[in-house]
Write a protein that binds this ligand. Structure first.
Ligand code: UN1
Length: 509
């Protein structure tokens, strides 16, 4: 872990991986440089779409919708099944691109691709389970039922930190629900996006589905805004900062579109005196330092009982000192780089603010490889003891800073867990069953995800993913999240030969 790979080596690897996935690099090329956070140097150059391209993409998707919505859902599942197979075949290629474009360590990059495969499998099963209810009618000889129909074009705006998994959550489910997808990926990860889109295009072509079902728009914020405002986009699914969501939500609502928002998190773990501190330490370190602190589910706050806070802080400090930091594609690395200089500055500003607000940085916070790669931002994940939940703790800083706060009663701990504007993920580490249940109860954690004896990050496909308050309220991927991608029709069918009216109304002429 002493040296970083050369920029040339990374360029070669990226080009090879993208080509194998079917990307036409010549067609993709343009004047926008793609920087690898691994070296801080250019990886490739791509052409950006502009806002003017959005209408064409949405129109093509709408045309595909006209056909796709009449294809039976289990048949629609065939495209997603093929996509899943292709993702399996190209798992290593896509993993390489994720590592090179956003700096994830190999194991986590492969995990992201596995999450894509998992959602494909989930969605294929779902394609035979888009159930509506049959409801007893109050009228004799009547049937009341609900049917779920395809909704329309789904716009997906995704963030750098899960550059492709979040797209796949939306796309696999949207496709079986009968909806085409127009995707504006993070501008930081265009190659990974192009590779994933190429695999989907292949799945579409091989299964004879309409070509317009998948549209990729690599571009900047103007493209995202045009997608948000386009009346042809029935559902806009956006993942990113709360600031972005605050702009997107009202704009989509203004045109009576639907939005699905996955915004900031400020996730906490409560550690009680009965917690197994060995397991707790491992759970915390993965959730807090993994992905260099750049998951929306990253653990940012530990709320620890005063009786075990010294012991836990000591264990965390030891573990943090041993964290292998370096090239994400080198074997053994656990912490790769931050995505760019602005993320590094955000981390330094937050650490300064924490110190001013009474905090003590007990480990980490320094920079690595600065001489060797001045434009790459490798940092030592930091643990900061805070006397209380100050402003900086209540804010989401997208970097590996873990604040450790003391508590005395479980009520106080739950109040601290809930005392932030965000509501994505949360955990309790405890050996006491009653404490765990109190944390999971209606007056316990207010988050969309509440865990016991595991960290806040690393949710699996199957459960609905998302959170409350400033996290935006959206739910994606598992459980019944598919309903957001369909429209519900309530049908009353009269087979009685009479015309009784509901509520006993009489109206006979
Ligand atoms: C995100 O960071 O945007 O639960 C998504 C997790 C991952 C997904 C994170 N399965 O950490």
């Amino acid at each position: 872990m002493t040296t970083l790979p050369s920029a040339d080596d990374l360029r070669r690897r990226a080009v090879d991986a993208a080509r194998r996935c079917g990307v036409d690099l010549e067609a993709l090329a343009g004047d926008r440089s793609v920087t690898s956070p691994v070296t801080g140097r250019s990886l490739a150059s791509v052409r950006w779409s502009t806002a003017a391209d959005v209408d064409g993409a949405v129109t093509r998707a709408q045309e595909a919708f006209g056909q796709w919505r009449t294809v039976p859902a289990p048949v629609r599942g065939g495209v997603v099944r093929r996509l899943g197979e292709l993702l399996r075949e190209h798992k290593a290629d896509l993993g390489t691109l994720v590592s090179l474009e956003v700096g994830k360590i190999t194991s986590e990059a492969l995990g992201e691709v596995q999450e894509m495969i998992d959602i494909c499998e989930f969605a294929v099963g779902l394609s035979r389970q888009l159930y509506g209810k049959t409801i007893s009618s109050e009228r004799p000889g009547h049937r009341l039922m609900e049917a779920w129909h395809p909704l329309g074009v789904v716009g997906v705006i995704s963030a750098f930190n899960f550059p492709v998994a979040v797209w796949s959550w939306n796309t696999a489910v949207a496709l079986v629900c009968g909806d085409p997808v127009v995707w504006k990926p993070s501008e930081l990860a265009p190659l990974t996006a192009a590779a994933s889109a190429a695999l989907l295009d292949r799945a579409i072509a091989e299964t004879g589905a309409p070509a317009g079902l998948s549209q990729l728009l690599i571009g900047g914020p103007d493209v995202g805004e045009a997608l948000v405002d386009h009346p042809g986009v029935a559902l806009l699914s956006a993942t990113g900062s709360t600031r972005m969501g605050r702009a997107v939500g009202p704009r989509v609502a203004e045109r009576f579109g639907r939005s699905l928002l996955e915004l900031g998190g400020n996730n906490a773990a409560i550690v009680t005196p009965s917690a197994d501190l060995d397991l707790t330490t491992r759970g915390i370190v993965f959730s807090a330092a993994g992905t260099a602190g750049q998951r929306c589910t990253t653990l940012r706050r530990v709320i620890c009982h005063v009786d075990v806070i010294e012991e836990l802080t000591g264990r965390l400090t030891d573990a943090y000192r041993r964290l292998p930091i370096g090239s994400p594609v080198a074997e053994g690395t656990l912490v790769g780089p931050l995505v760019h200089g602005a993320a590094y500055k955000g981390m330094q500003d937050a650490l300064d603010a924490a110190r001013q607000q009474g905090g003590e940085v007990v480990v980490g916070g320094g920079r690595r490889f600065e001489e060797e790669a001045p434009d790459a931002y490798y940092v030592e994940p930091a643990v900061v003891r805070m006397p209380e939940q100050t402003d900086v703790v209540r804010r989401e800083t997208f970097a590996p800073i873990l604040y450790v706060l003391p508590y005395r009663t479980l009520e106080e701990a739950v109040a601290l867990n809930n005392g932030v504007p965000q509501g994505l993920s949360s955990s309790i580490f405890t050996g006491d069953h009653a404490e765990a249940e109190r944390f999971l109860a209606a007056d316990g954690s207010d988050c969309g995800i509440a865990n016991v004896n595991i960290g806040t990050s690393g949710a699996e496909i199957g459960g609905a993913f998302g959170g409350e308050k400033e996290t935006g309220g959206g739910r994606e991927s598992g459980s019944d999240a598919w309903r957001s991608y369909m429209r519900r029709a309530t049908n009353t069918v009269n087979f009685s030969g009479e015309l009784p009216l509901a509520q006993g109304v009489e109206f006979t002429v």
